[in-house]
Design a protein around this ligand. Sequence first.
Ligand code: AMP
Length: 283
Amino acid sequence: MIVSRTPASTQKRCLSWRAAGETIALVPTMGALHEGHASLIRAARTRADKVVVSIFVNPAQFGPAEDFKEYPRTFAADRKLCTQCGADMIFAPAPDALYAPDHSTWVEETALSRFLCGARRPGHFRGVCTVVLKLFAVCQPHVALFGQKDAQQCLVIQRMVRDLNLPVRIAVCPIVRDEDGLALSSRNRYLSAEQRRSALALSRSLRDARRAHASGMPLGRIRRMIEREIAAAPGAKIDYVSIVDEETLAEITHSRKGQSILIALAVYFGNARLIDNIRLTGR
Ligand code: AMP
């Protein structure tokens, strides 16, 4: 497996693969890889001749008070996992290799980014869209794989690809969870044993919400039920709990039959901000 450190060498290699008629799948990550990332890399392996995993903690998507400095960096273990999952190349640039000191071009999606995490993390999706477009330009993928764990990110990227006519397919892979239900996340490393136990309230409340929706409970009551359940977990501080239309990401209190609904939440445990979500169909 190749480890490539510069955009120029990576682009050169990817263009030569393309010229030889080989298809390329890209899995963008920030490293500290876990089984969730592994599932994307394995899915990529089944979809293209060459699999590229990018590992880059993107400064542009972190707010000034966020965890850019603390974000776990575990390159040796990441490299091992990429090899085991059958990746052909890791693209792992240094921050100054991807952004020139006078970088001044940004990609902004202006509708879906206003809601959920976008409302709580100003500039976050601008940073995400910019880096993903740059990764597409460098790695030239035919297909790029993203996790449903970051539901809003998937929708924003799909919108960017549509709006900018980018010649890349977006594949969305299911959320991988620990046996007890906690969605895998690089940020789970920040949790103490007690916080980790408490954090089970996230997936539990979403499972309860699914049952409540199936038995006909109105969405407004479901949202309050989730908030109560999470607020009762020791150490939890809710950032948001939102029930939205999956097409627009606008908040809803009532659903139409067949409507795609997303319940998304973000909760702090100490400095760790965890997100989770489920999709439902309107009844
Ligand atoms: P990150 O390294 O956290 O930026 O994530 C890189 C990619 O892995 C994103 O597309 C995430 O949605 C995806 N991902 C992260 N955690 C999970 C998970 N538990 N299940 C599935 N995909 C995930």
